[in-house]
Design a protein around this ligand. Structure first.
Ligand code: SF4
Length: 246
């Protein structure tokens, strides 16, 4: 099975019995203005605490100018998936393809994540919810030539959107993909290599850190030894959610 996780398959994914109902909610994002650094916390301190649906929150994000990334983005990539998903995947930020399409994880790394969800977990992509820490594409020069992780002030400005997404969705488990989302949710400076393979917690929600798909692709691609680690992490998530490990 560990190999199937990363291979292309034309077979229809099997949706496990009870678990995860579907109600896709794709598309671009929403906005607000002001260059302030919002507090990195949920609850009443969140400026979006009064927003009760993902659609409303997306509308706000679509016009957001809370940080410098608004100057270079093409599209705000809010996130997509089942608004009642039991499982959320959280990456770091949109890349080129995501910026152009307004959808998260649709480039090469997105294809790998989709294979993990569909071939490995036997879920449909639209059954889970996929988002990023920042909703606009960070690039090294602001000209769109090379992606970079979000800066601390960009994460601080954008995090109220993610925190509110989590509060509205109320997932049973979260998979953080790579350092930025893992460090943000777990409030740590430890690296993903040390944190993956363990179950952590955010506001009572189990969190399973693992490698970002693009990191796997950069480190051996389909031959990457990291595949085994990712699959081990995903199996822990499946066990937590009661999904069959067939
Ligand atoms: S990254 Fe987030 S905070 Fe910054 S402009 Fe985009 S939506 Fe707003």
């Amino acid at each position: 099975m560990s190999q199937d996780l990363f291979e292309y398959s034309k077979k229809k994914p099997i949706l496990p019995g009870a678990a995860i109902s579907s109600a896709p909610q794709p598309g671009p994002a929403a906005g607000e203005s002001g260059m302030s650094e919002a507090p990195v916390s949920s609850g009443a301190s969140n400026p979006f605490a009064g927003i009760v649906t993902l659609d409303e929150l997306k509308d706000v994000a679509s016009e957001c100018r809370r940080c410098r990334l608004c100057e270079t983005r093409k599209t705000v990539v809010f996130g997509e998936g089942n608004p009642k998903a039991r499982l959320m995947f959280i990456g770091e930020g949109p890349g080129r393809t995501e910026d152009e399409t307004g959808r998260p994880f649709v480039g090469r790394a997105g294809e790998l994540l989709t294979r993990i969800i569909e071939n490995g977990m036997h879920l449909r992509r639209e059954d889970v919810y996929i988002a990023n820490v920042v909703k606009c594409r960070p690039t090294v020069d602001g000209l769109g030539t090379r992606d970079r992780p979000p800066e601390a002030d960009e994460t601080a400005a954008c995090s109220p959107f993610l925190l509110r997404q989590i509060e509205i969705i109320k997932p049973d488990a979260i998979v953080t993909l790579g350092n930025p989302s893992t460090r943000f949710l777990l409030k740590t400076t430890e690296g993903i290599t040390k944190l993956r393979g363990t179950e952590a917690s955010f506001e009572g929600i189990p969190v399973f850190p693992t490698y970002h798909p693009s990191y796997v692709l950069r480190n051996g691609g389909d031959s990457s030894p990291l595949k085994k680690d990712v699959w081990a992490d995903i199996k822990k998530v499946m066990a937590k959610l009661g999904l069959p490990l067939n």
